[in-house]
Design a protein. Structure first.
Length: 131
């Protein structure tokens, strides 16, 4: 079996949450897919990354409660919006999966349980550090 390291994302424009003590952790990860295109991910209208590629993850704190996530890509990618409830003190794992259509594609986000996410996390890295 081939083990590929996922790389973490650290960018200067990364989402920053400051303020309330009641926060949740969101980890968005992306495994291998057919095309490997780059995507932009936003949380609550703030850009998390504009270079989200295969074998990467991003981990960040968000305010507890309802959050809005948005994914977009190149001219062939559809913009998708997702709304989810996050619980303070809890870690939420989202797998980013590319949905391929006839003339377009989209990056979809699926919530995964901790056990399923942790099985694949050793294959992932953030830029500069390994899970």
């Amino acid at each position: 079996a081939v083990v590929v390291a996922l790389s973490p994302i650290t960018e200067t424009e990364i989402y920053k949450f400051e303020g309330q003590n009641d926060s949740a952790t969101v980890i968005i990860y992306r495994l291998r897919d057919f095309q490997g295109a780059l995507y932009t991910v936003k949380i609550n209208e703030k850009r998390v990354t504009n270079n989200f590629k295969m074998y990467q993850f991003v981990q960040l704190k968000v305010p507890a409660g309802e959050i809005t996530l948005e994914t977009s890509g190149n001219i062939y990618a559809e913009k998708k919006r997702f709304v989810m409830q996050v619980t303070g003190g809890k870690t939420h794992y989202l797998e980013a999966v590319v949905d391929y259509g006839y003339m377009s594609n989209a990056l979809l986000l699926y919530e995964r349980d901790e056990a399923a996410a942790l099985r694949v996390m050793p294959k992932l890295t953030e830029k500069g550090k390994r899970w």
